[in-house]
Unconditional design. Structure first.
Length: 317
């Protein structure tokens, strides 16, 4: 099935929108600019700012935003263009602005990452932005803590092919291969990864994220976004996307999540025989071939008995 094209919802006034999520009634957006605090804008469905959640923490480079079903927000402070950070951070923010900062470390060196999603169990996954090779997917090896850094482990790698979808800041095939955002349906049934130009939807029928990301995704083109970095799902499965640049719109692809759902198993029931066709004999019928030896045996006994009686009658005469 060919995905429908995205349609504009409303323009966003943020200049450097990097992360987006939604509860179906309002949008939550974060910028990757560093102004000394973590600010999450709460937008109406018309993109007008209703309020700002301000968390008392100084992030380095926030690149994505996710939400759990209870309304908790997760900000991915994982940007590292210069590969200079010894740790990266995940900020867990309540709707009131209370925040916990968890530091994590990669097992194999430094990475720039702009994508975060949370699976249905509440586990966060970071997806790296790799100019060369495949995007790498990491998750914590233990429960996150505020007092020490927790090591990450690589659980998957995702290779995306170049596409001809227009858009992106680089004006080349690299735009369509760099992962710039991620999202998950609240029930964990579909994961979305996006590049500057396209979204890729991965069904997760059994909750196994690593297995799902090794499968074949459904591609949803997101053309003509100048620097598309944000991706999210509405609860009804609508896919949302947005780009950096003041006045660029949040866009929606209705019913996108359903495109990635695995087909339901089907069973085929043979049609009943027509009324004018003879019915097959049941297995216990005397016409069944399994009963032929018995019939032959009984016939032989009767024939032998008849011969014996005939011989006796001849002898009497």
């Amino acid at each position: 099935m060919i995905p429908p094209p995205p349609v504009d919802v409303c323009p966003v006034v943020m200049q450097e929108l990097s992360g987006l999520t939604s509860d179906g009634k309002q949008f939550f957006a974060v910028s990757d600019s560093d102004n000394g605090t973590l600010r999450i804008q709460v937008l109406g469905r018309d993109c007008v700012v209703k309020r700002t959640i301000t968390a008392p923490v100084d992030p380095f480079d926030v690149e994505d935003l996710a939400m759990t079903p209870d309304g908790t927000l997760w900000a991915a402070d994982t940007g590292d263009n210069n590969k200079s950070r010894s740790t990266v951070a995940l900020h867990k923010v309540s709707p009131s602005g209370a925040v916990e900062r968890f530091r994590v470390t990669y097992p194999d060196g430094k990475h720039d990452a702009e994508a975060l999603f949370i699976d249905k169990s509440g586990m966060p996954y970071i997806v790296t932005k790799e100019p060369l090779g495949s995007a790498l997917v990491y998750r914590p090896t233990a429960a996150l803590r505020t007092d020490i850094s927790v090591p990450l482990e690589q659980v998957a790698r995702v290779t995306l092919s170049s596409t001809d979808t227009p858009g992106g800041p680089l004006e080349g095939t690299l735009d369509s291969r760099l992962v710039t955002g991620a999202a998950s349906m609240a029930d964990g049934s579909v994961i979305a990864l996006r590049t500057y130009t396209d979204a890729y939807l991965f069904p997760v029928p059994d909750g196994d994220v690593a297995k799902a990301l090794s499968g074949d995704p459904v591609r949803v083109p997101l053309p003509n976004e100048p620097q598309g970095e944000a991706i999210a799902f509405d609860p009804d499965g609508t896919l949302l996307s947005a780009s950096e640049g003041a006045g660029t719109p949040i866009r929606a692809v209705a019913g996108a999540a359903a495109l990635a759902q695995p087909p339901a198993p089907t069973t085929t029931t043979p049609p009943p025989p027509a009324a004018d066709q003879p019915q097959a004999a049941p297995p216990n019928s005397s016409s069944s071939w399994q009963n032929w030896p018995l019939a032959l045996t009984l016939g032989g006994i009767v024939l032998i008995a008849a011969l014996v009686i005939g011989l006796r009658l001849r002898r009497r005469t």
